[in-house]
Design a protein around this ligand. Structure first.
Ligand SMILES: NC(=O)c1ccc[n+]([C@@H]2O[C@H](COP(=O)([O-])OP(=O)(O)OC[C@H]3O[C@@H](n4cnc5c(N)ncnc54)[C@H](O)[C@@H]3O)[C@@H](O)[C@H]2O)c1
Length: 297
């Protein structure tokens, strides 16, 4: 394993490219948007500079990491000669199915096709290819260069050999891979999202305020961030869509998204990305201020 292609250069794609390149892999970062590619390289540069300042890497490693990354807006030529593709494009099932059909046609027969999807079935993605044994979930966490976990998700037909290759590869990135099977939400989101939903229900039912709910989980359970702040960080639209996947996939009402979450997303309050969620975000300010909607008298 030497040559890697990463599809999608957004939040996750740039972190995945950064991590592979820093560990000596040659990376082609591919996006349909030229602007997104430029932004990704800037972000990687900035994040590497921060690592140099902290003393975790040297200037020479920073330089080599940047040299290991090429960009392309053409999927076909970008993936024609790689050992592994990690797809991290927008979370949309039709888009991913199309990308995997294209990847199946454009890559060498032995290329492993991984996806960083948070919630879409690996088995369904694999079903549009002629190599379901070589399709696998490689679920990195945000921010990728920092977070240790890779949730490695075996689709129904993923082979043992491909699974161990990806486990080993994750270790070579100084990550800790954990193997799970392909059911809605895998493990990370199956456990995290109901917790976030329950926190939102507690707010909706007036059991406690935003800061109180987050304080209980931070101080009492040693969570580094409360569930409502974490929901804002992930994106409330993303949380809603994952809860819908759990609800549809299991047909169990316990996963039904809280009506308050549905309302907030419909109102455009999506968390940090829209500047408002459970907290209000002012660009450049680090102060955590409860959104005026939830300030208690
Ligand atoms: N953001 C997170 O915290 C997080 C965590 C784990 C997993 N994920 C998953 O990672 C994936 C990417 O999420 P993100 O937050 O980085 O999204 P993002 O919106 O930041 O980036 C997605 C990128 O994909 C590009 N793209 C869209 N269609 C494409 C195509 N056909 N070919 C190439 N590029 C294309 C877009 O231009 C954009 O730059 C999703 O599947 C998401 O569920 C996200």
């Amino acid at each position: 394993m030497k040559n890697i292609a990463v599809i999608g250069s957004g939040t996750m794609g740039n972190g995945i490219a950064h991590t592979f390149a820093q560990h000596g892999y040659t990376v082609t970062l591919i996006d349909i948007a030229e602007e997104a590619l430029k932004k990704a390289i800037n972000t990687i540069d900035k994040n590497l500079t921060r690592q140099v300042e902290k003393g975790t890497i040297t200037e020479a490693i920073k330089k080599q990491t940047l040299e290991n990354i090429a960009t392309s807006s053409d999927l076909k030529s970008g993936v024609s000669n790689v050992d592994l593709v990690v797809e991290a494009a927008t979370e949309n099932i039709d888009l991913k199915l199309k990308i995997f059909q294209d990847l199946d046609a454009a890559t060498l027969p032995d290329t492993i096709l991984a996806t960083n999807t948070s919630s879409i079935s690996i088995t369904e993605i694999a079903s549009v290819t002629k190599r379901a044994d070589k399709v696998i979930g490689m679920h990195f966490m945000n921010p990728v260069p920092v977070m240790k976990l890779v949730e490695v998700i075996r689709g129904y037909n993923t082979s043992n050999e491909v699974t161990s290759t990806i486990m080993e590869l994750s270790r070579s990135l100084e990550k800790i891979p954990v193997e799970v099977n392909d059911y809605p939400g895998f493990i990370a989101n199956r456990i995290l999202m109901p917790m976030i939903n329950e926190a939102i229900y507690s707010l909706y039912e007036g059991v406690a305020g935003v800061e109180e709910i987050d304080s209980v989980m931070k101080l009492g359970m040693a969570h580094p961030m409360g569930p409502l702040q974490l929901a804002d960080f992930i994106g409330l639209d993303v949380c809603l869509s994952i809860l819908n996947v759990l609800h549809d996939g299991f047909g169990n009402p316990k996963y039904a998204p809280c009506p308050l979450l549905v309302n907030m997303v419909q109102a455009g309050h999506k968390g940090i990305k829209s500047g408002n969620g459970f907290y209000a975000y002012t660009p450049g300010s680090k102060e955590l201020k409860v959104s005026s909607r939830f300030v208690r008298n």
